[in-house]
Design a binder for this molecule. Structure first.
Ligand SMILES: Cc1ncc(COP(=O)(O)O)c(C=O)c1O
Length: 420
């Protein structure tokens, strides 16, 4: 069977990703206390946190089961094998030659970013981010005593793009030491092109600014887009640190570590020393063995997942175009996050939240988490069986068709109560 026929055959069959698994109350996304706290309701479909409702790949299951049945947990470090597995994976998937000796392990991506920010800048320095962006970036910068500098993305012809003029103006004037890049970008789903990254690196070099590139979503890229790691660019090595993890790729959010990759030898030594002195590089053996299994035996599962997610993206795009023109969808080039713009509904921010949470019964991530002015946007995590995503969109359509219901009142105003 040829490669193409094999792919089509897999699409026709029921996919492993169609199976609806019980979403445990212990999971953050469905924990009733979290839901109540975040959304004021518990009877909502949780599509807010960026993790998966799919069973992990069989080889990872087997690696973990082997550890569980062994019932012995003496000190065991497999980091060398992990780094080799990551390097081999990057060569195969991204044609990226990495030196296994330039990695440092950390417990998670945010831990790594927190350490890098502290190593590469001083208190009070500016760290530039491209907003709207993953909301934890604000916290990781501010809690290190650094200043968030916004380089807002622009929408041109329906696509988010970097604003290089604004970037250069701010690099010149705002005491910026580091750019914290998100590639692929959460929540707007862009996979930055080589040309865009080249311009970014050019400006970073010109103003002697380091780049921390969060590439946690690098393997979730759809046809038509191509992921370029920042380290693949010429003359970039002096100014760059990459951070990655198998968490998003393989649905290992609660068991995986993060990995820093720092090509410059001096910066590498400095960061490794700091991390070592805090013992932040002692990951668990579960994480190590699961990561090795994922990167050495998980490729077929990932290829199937990408086909499945792309089918979901195409379905959503068609549904919004044909049945829900009241919202604008930014179909992602990468990530399993979908950025939705509700501003055409022309209702207040509070009315929108009421409509989505209380009427459509959906827990989506509010857009203002990613940048305060994006109150008319929401992010939907779609790494779920297609039937669930279809149900979510049907619920949304029903609620929008009904209009904001009568139980909603915004202070004394009832102007949003348009259907009664
Ligand atoms: C861009 C980005 N970075 C980091 C993280 C979190 O990584 P970790 O849990 O390893 O700290 C996420 C999670 O959604 C993310 O989207």
């Amino acid at each position: 069977m040829s490669g193409n026929n094999k792919k089509q055959f897999k699409e026709i069959k029921m996919s492993q990703f169609d199976t609806i698994h019980t979403v445990e109350n212990n999971f953050a996304k469905s924990n009733p206390n979290y839901l109540k706290g975040m959304f004021g309701a518990t009877d909502v479909m949780p599509l807010w946190i960026a993790d998966m409702d799919f069973e992990i790949a069989k080889p990872i299951q087997e690696a973990l089961q082997k550890l569980v049945t062994r019932n012995m947990y003496a000190y065991e470090f497999n980091t060398e094998t992990v780094f080799k597995a990551i390097s081999d994976w990057n060569l195969k998937r991204h044609q990226l030659k990495l030196n296994p000796k330039s990695f440092v392990q950390v417990s998670g991506v945010l831990t790594g970013i927190g350490v890098l920010i502290r190593e590469l800048s001083e208190k009070g320095d500016g760290i530039m981010i491209q907003t709207p962006v993953y909301h934890q970036f604000f916290k990781v910068i501010e809690s290190a005593g650094r200043k968030v500098i916004h380089n807002k993305l622009k929408v041109i012809d329906g696509q988010y793009q970097m604003d290089f003029e604004d970037m250069e103006r701010k690099l010149k004037t705002q005491n910026i030491k580091t750019i914290l890049l998100c590639n692929p970008h959460n929540p707007i789903g862009r996979v930055w092109t080589k040309e865009e990254l080249q311009k970014l690196v050019h400006l970073a070099n010109k103003y002697e600014v380091t780049i921390i590139s969060d590439e946690i979503h690098s393997d979730i890229v759809y046809s038509g887009a191509h992921f370029n790691s920042i380290v693949s660019l010429d003359s970039s090595e002096n100014h760059i640190a990459v951070i990655g993890s198998p968490a998003k790729t393989f649905g290992m959010q609660s068991i995986s570590n993060g990995y820093l990759y720092i090509p410059n030898e001096n910066t590498f030594k400095q960061v490794k020393n700091t991390i070592g002195s805090l013992y932040l590089d002692h990951g668990s053996i579960h994480s190590a063995n699961a990561t090795i299994a994922a990167y050495t035996k998980g490729e077929e599962w990932l290829d199937d997942l990408l086909i499945y997610l792309e089918k979901t993206m195409n379905w959503m795009e068609g549904f919004v175009q044909n049945e829900l023109p009241e919202i604008t969808i930014y179909k992602p080039e990468g990530t399993y996050q979908v950025w939705l713009d509700f501003s055409k509904l022309n209702i207040s921010d509070a009315a929108l939240k009421h409509l989505v949470v209380n009427q459509a019964k959906l827990a989506l991530t509010p857009g203002d988490w990613f940048e305060s002015s994006h109150t008319q946007f929401m992010r939907m995590n779609v790494a779920s069986p297609l039937s669930k995503i279809q149900q979510a969109f049907h619920q949304l359509k029903k609620a929008i068709n009904q209009g904001v219901d009568c139980s909603f009142s915004e202070g004394t105003s009832t102007t949003d109560c348009c259907s009664c």
